[in-house]
Design a protein around this ligand. Structure first.
Ligand code: ATP
Length: 304
């Protein structure tokens, strides 16, 4: 389990991480989402003991990272795949990690196989690796100590679709075996596909967190009728506020049953009535972080 309690970090007069608290639980994949500069990497560096917080405490399994003996045996960390020593071969990178942790050389071959780096690729210097290959090597390096906790900053970065599919399976299996996975991403769809729990951060502050299905449920109800004007009138009559959704329907915070009853009361023929989660996490994410994003976002169907 990873725990972040009231963690803050300032750089000069700028607050990069502002009173952030969350827990990433074992047996679950927790997605850490936010726009550029939101504070994800700073938070992960604090977890890894590379940056000291000004306030609060970050612990892994109840201990600060710096206090964990032989930490690679407990926590696998990948913060920046492109920051690996480019003059070493992939095999050398892993061999050094194995030696540092007191692990046999056999772990190196096992990890190369796990992440799909061929023996020929493992002999190449990292400077000649693509970003996707560096990412695979970084994941191998994080996994080599057989840790129970994984902390990965943008692990999907540079992976092709097959690579992303592979990584998704790997992390899901890791969590299914009882491991704790925390991964950051801008790739909302990727996180939606993989995470059990989500923590959304904007401008250093948590803007939403919880189980993915709970967060998606808060996206409300989508409804589309044969006669949109009649439906809109019915909703107003029932005291249900709704906003236009791009695909000819309406989005509302009310439960589907309340919307259906209001429509039935006026005989409106419904073509669709469903939880709005089909709109996806992206829309919710954009709504939640719109004021924090650099670009102004226009989301079709946004009800905010
Ligand atoms: N060492 C530092 N000195 C000054 N400011 C910093 C430092 N490290 C990070 N910051 C600032 O803190 C803010 C958060 O940065 P951070 O890298 O944590 O964001 P992020 O969510 O990981 O963004 P991205 O998705 O773009 O990587 C940014 O505004 C960044 O410029």
């Amino acid at each position: 389990m990873i725990s972040f309690e009231n963690v803050s970090k300032r750089y000069g007069g700028f607050t990069a991480v502002d009173d952030v608290s969350f827990v990433a639980r074992s047996g679950r994949v927790t997605g850490f989402l936010g726009p550029n500069g939101a504070g994800k990497s700073t938070s992960m560096r604090i977890m890894a003991g590379l940056t000291l917080p000004d306030r609060g405490i970050a612990t892994i399994g109840g201990h600060k990272y710096a206090d964990i003996p032989n930490p690679g045996r407990h926590v696998g960390i990948l913060l920046d795949a492109s920051a690996q020593h480019v003059g070493r071969t992939g095999r050398e990178v892993l061999t050094i990690s194995a030696m540092t942790m007191g692990l046999p050389e056999s772990h190196v071959d096992e990890m190369l196989e796990t992440v799909g780096l061929t023996p020929a690729e493992a002999k190449r210097r990292v400077r000649n690796y693509s970003l996707g290959m560096r990412q695979r090597l970084g994941i191998a390096n994080a996994l080599i100590g057989k840790p129970s906790v994984l902390i990965l900053d943008e692990p999907a970065n540079g992976l092709d679709p097959a690579g992303i599919h592979w990584m998704r399976g790997l992390l899901r299996d890791f969590a299914a075996d009882g491991g704790t996975v925390l991964l950051s991403s801008h790739l909302l769809h990727e996180v939606e596909m993989i995470a059990d729990d989500m923590v959304l951060i904007g401008r250093g502050r948590i803007v939403a967190q919880g189980a993915k299905h709970e967060l998606l449920r808060t996206a409300g109800t989508f409804v589309r009728a044969e006669d949109p004007a009649l439906l809109a009138k019915a909703l107003v009559g029932a005291g249900i506020s709704a906003s236009a959704s791009g695909d000819g329907g309406l989005r509302t915070d009310a439960e589907p049953i309340a919307v259906g009853r209001a429509a039935a009361a006026v005989g409106a023929v419904l073509l669709e009535l469903r939880p709005a989660e089909g709109a996806g996490l992206e829309e919710m994410f954009l709504q939640l972080t719109a004021s924090d994003a650099r670009e102004s976002v226009t989301t079709q169907g946004a009800s905010a």
